[in-house]
Design a protein around this ligand. Structure first.
Ligand code: B12
Length: 168
């Protein structure tokens, strides 16, 4: 399932909504994971915030994630996983994403149910972050936390655009 929509707006919630260049979010799950409704939910959520969403659907091979990152250089990558293999699969994938030079400083987050038996201990979350994720939203993390994170990302991307002289 790959979907894009022509929405240009990014509403950071902290100022007037200004049309900018399109921001693309690459939304994916991991190779072993067939859960899909989480992706549908997140796609709608991100579209509501103004992102063009490329939803790679369930059971995404690592290689496809890497290819799509190379091809599109998305402004944001959201990894969603529920089946309990998120930590193992997620660590493998983030290393490959970060090895792409254009993706070395792009925001990449992971969330859902990352292991089994509820939230992962702090050392596991720390390992995910050390391996390259910018943020981890494990089991039951409120969506408001994700939104606050995205608002910070949008503000940072706007600053980078204006200091690069971009008009959007
Ligand atoms: C539907 C379902 C299935 C369906 C999926 C069908 C489909 N095409 O989607 C089927 C039957 C195929 C299935 C299979 C399996 N499932 Co299943 N499944 C579910 C179920 C009932 C609902 C999941 C769902 O669709 N929720 C709806 C979405 C919208 O909500 P959500 O999942 O909660 O997602 C929210 C958050 O997690 C969050 N979120 C998710 N990702 C991210 C990412 C970020 C960045 C952020 C901020 C937030 C975020 O946002 C979402 C919206 O609020 C859950 C139990 C449950 N009630 O949650 C089990 C559940 C996820 N499944 C589970 C398991 C174990 C399996 C199987 C391994 C079972 C088996 N032994 O075969 C397989 C795995 C298959 C595979 N290869 O992945 C476990 C996972 C256990 C864990 N991780 O601790 C659960 C929790 C059931 C349980 N209680 O044991 N499953």
């Amino acid at each position: 399932m790959t979907t894009t929509r022509s929405i240009v707006r990014i509403d950071s919630g902290d100022g007037p909504t200004v049309p900018r260049r399109r921001a693309t979010a690459l939304l994916t799950t991991l190779q072993s994971d067939s859960h899909t409704w989480n992706l549908v939910f997140l796609q709608i959520h991100l579209e509501g915030l103004g992102y063009d969403v490329v939803n790679l659907g369930p059971c995404v091979p690592d290689e496809l994630i890497v290819q799509e990152c190379r091809r599109r250089v998305p402004d944001l990558v959201v990894v969603s996983t529920l089946n309990g293999h998120g930590v193992t699969d997620g660590l493998r994938v983030i290393r490959r994403i970060r090895s792409i030079p254009a993706m070395s400083d792009k925001p990449v987050v992971i969330g859902g149910k990352l292991g089994v038996g509820g939230r992962q201990p702090l050392h596991v979350v720390a390992k995910l972050v050390d391996s390259g994720y910018d943020a981890v939203f494990d089991d039951g993390a409120p969506m408001a936390e994700f939104d606050r994170y995205l608002h910070r990302v949008v503000a940072r991307q706007r600053r980078a655009l204006s200091s690069a002289g971009g008009t959007g």
